[in-house]
Design a protein around this ligand. Structure first.
Ligand code: GLY
Length: 401
């Protein structure tokens, strides 16, 4: 692996004279090699294929394939393969991807896009493994069972059980759901069936219409009447208050419209992404290191937890936005976030953090869940940002359809 990575970095430097950048990528990949090897070994003890979600109270925590975060570890393994071209990462990634086989038929919530996209989606891009296309199309069909045609949206959560059943919602749609559209765009390209893409466009347009405030911050939850399409109310589930700007919601929002522009090429989505970026980067509560507090309106800033996962998602989105606009400002902001996340304040020492790369993310403060811990999706989007940064420096497309 080391030889392959040295070759990659040598190529990076020779092509673009980017010694400093190549060093930060090289150094992060060398660190990830150590950390993720330990994490992988722990997940596969005694022949198991367990899915790590976080490391809390000095214990690794695992999730089932049905958890919304189940695809991110497989995805991180694929990104390690992309960054190193060491087959051992591809083999591990394939094991962890295929562990999610049942999810192609899962209709219990909207997150199959995250789950299948980060695992099978990345596997398909890097290895063209037989059967992966079928899984992606099946998962898109499963996601489309949640489409409510009279409202024009994909319902995020069911409302007949769990904490969601206590809210009085009929058809809650959360901003995070923009991320699941990528699965639908991909499924249309694979199958030639435009109906997946049409659902995605309808959803993106309805979110554009109803989820945003005049300053381009987003509500977390908008509840629709699925029979009439009327908006019943706007709320938060994971933010500080209904009218606050929950940090990860803003990150999904930026990434979601940047990605939607990739597939649809309608300037209104690009404009939306740029407006969202303006909101984030002109916010007075955004710290100088660009790692946000868990909510831009959290009540006790600066004595509030940061959310590293939001920073990682934003960095990755900004590299794509740079590709669409060639605005060097976006690339510089992404580089600055990567630099911040590579510091000891956020990146764990080798041997610590249960093998996860980054510390200090927040799952959900209102649910008292995973506060100030590593999270598998923070690592996933950080590695994705490194992949995209490498591609930009090599002069090759950072994202593919
Ligand atoms: N999609 C759930 C979250 O961002 O916490």
């Amino acid at each position: 692996m080391k030889r392959n990575f040295v070759l990659l970095c040598g190529l990076l430097c020779a092509l673009v004279g980017c010694t400093k950048s190549a060093n930060i990528i090289e150094e992060n990949v060398a660190n990830a090699e150590v950390q993720l090897s330990a994490l992988l070994a722990a997940c596969e003890e005694e022949g198991q294929v367990r899915i790590p979600s976080t490391y809390r109270d000095e214990k690794l925590r695992f999730v089932s394939p049905r958890d919304w975060t189940s695809g991110f570890f497989a995805g991180s393994l694929w990104y390690m393969y992309e960054l190193t071209r060491d087959e051992k990462w591809a083999e591990a990634a394939q094991r962890h991807t295929e562990n999610l086989h049942e999810i192609q038929y899962f209709t219990g919530h909207h997150d199959v896009g995250f789950m299948i996209g980060s695992s099978y989606g990345n596997g398909r891009k890097l290895k063209h493994i037989e059967g992966y296309d079928t899984v992606i199309v099946n998962a898109a069909k499963a996601l489309c069972t949640r489409y409510r045609p009279d409202a024009g949206v994909l319902q995020s959560w069911n409302v007949d059980s769990g904490w969601q059943s206590k809210k009085g919602w009929m058809c809650p749609v959360i901003i995070d759901n923009m991320m699941n559209l990528e699965l639908l765009f991909k499924a249309s390209l694979i199958s030639g069936d435009e109906s997946f893409r049409n659902v995605a466009i309808s959803h993106a347009d309805r979110i554009l219409e109803h989820h945003y405030r005049p300053d381009y911050s987003t509500w977390h939850v908008v509840d629709y009447d699925p029979a009439t399409g009327a908006v019943r109310g706007k709320y938060t589930a994971q933010g500080a208050s209904d009218d606050s700007a929950w940090a990860r919601g803003q990150a999904w929002s930026l990434y979601g419209y940047t990605m939607t522009y990739r597939y649809v090429r309608d300037a209104k989505y690009l404009q939306q992404a740029e407006n969202i970026a303006k909101f984030i980067f002109s916010h007075p509560n955004l710290p100088a290191d660009l790692v946000p507090y868990w909510d831009y309106n959290a009540p006790n800033i600066p004595n509030e937890p940061r959310d590293v996962s939001s920073a990682a998602i934003v960095a990755s989105a900004l590299y794509e936005l740079y590709g669409h606009t060639l605005n060097e400002g976006y690339r510089a902001l992404a580089d600055k976030i990567v630099e911040s996340l590579s510091q000891p304040a956020y990146r764990a020492a080798q041997g610590a953090n249960g093998g996860f790369l980054l510390m200090h993310s927040v799952g959900s403060i209102p649910h008292n869940s995973n506060i100030d811990v590593p999270l598998n999706y923070a690592d996933y989007y950080f590695l994705e940002a490194l992949v995209r940064k490498s591609c930009i420096e090599l002069g090759v497309p950072a994202v593919v359809l």
